[in-house]
Ligand binder design. Sequence first.
Ligand code: NAP
Length: 311
Amino acid sequence: MYNVIIIGSGPAGLTAAIYTARANLDPLVISGMEKGGQVTLTDDLENFPGFPDGLGGFELYQSLEKQAKKFGAEILDDVVTQVDLTGNVKVVKTATNEFKAKTVIIATGSTPRKLDVAGEKELTGKGVSYCATCDGFFFKDKHVAVIGGGNSALDEGLFLTRFAKKVTIIHRRDRLRADAILQERAFKHEKIGIVWDTVVDSIVGDDSVKHLVLRNVKTNEKIEFPVDGVFIFIGHLPNVDLFDDQIKLAPDNTIITDRRTRTNITGVFACGDVQDSIYRQAITAAGSGCQAAMEAEKLVAELQGQAYPGK
Ligand code: NAP
């Protein structure tokens, strides 16, 4: 029986692992399909405190994992397939194993939202991408479109200028959502153009993307827009499929937690993007991972009849 099982290995899960390991709780982290989570797709984290020269997302993940292991966290490269969180003993299953724990910390993060237009699924990996860091290199001297108007779209669009000869940001409104500093950089960049008030109706190609069918939402005019690739950054969906019959969700599908990362089930905590529809930063994920760990630690101490400082 584990004291705590942490599901997910992004900044939230690994911070929870560092804290619970340092508290001698011998946590088990089950990494999940994408080790390190979304942050590993970020080439350069400019705003993670303490790193004035920036920090690679993958580098952050590696450091967090090293730190968690140093304090004794057990990290298992496996994918959780089923959970029963309702009893006092929490059961977490993977394809080949079953684990039991007193507490569970859910840190499963989120997945990029899809456009849900014709051609998107068929051309994923053939010019449709959700990760500039992974796929930007393949678009050297090509023209790529970036869909979205948030921080991800601009951040990734700016990154793509390192490879592409032209980056066209296509946004459904006439105003961007991204932070002013990113907007300023994008507006100034000679390789970046912006198409306003426009949505993608379909993505067309065979072995690779050939063009987008774009529709102006104000005039309804449709055009064929030739591009070699399209990068989609229109937000994220929380990864809650494993839990949605047991854990209470908000209308946007994030896990509902109180200020202390507690879910509706005693002994189950949630941290990071899976419970955050507002901030969604690596640093806030790490912060909530710390909170979840301290709450789990407190509960385990209570279950063992021990005093816990700062009750
Ligand atoms: P986001 O802030 O939710 O922005 C999503 C963008 O996609 C919005 O511009 C939205 O348009 C557009 N969109 C949504 N659904 C669409 C659809 N079906 N068709 C076309 N466009 C659609 O998501 P994000 O950019 O991934 O950022 C998520 C969080 O991570 C944010 O809190 C952000 O600040 C943070 N983040 C921070 C940084 C950084 O600090 N450098 C970098 C990346 C992400 P509307 O504007 O019209 O709603």
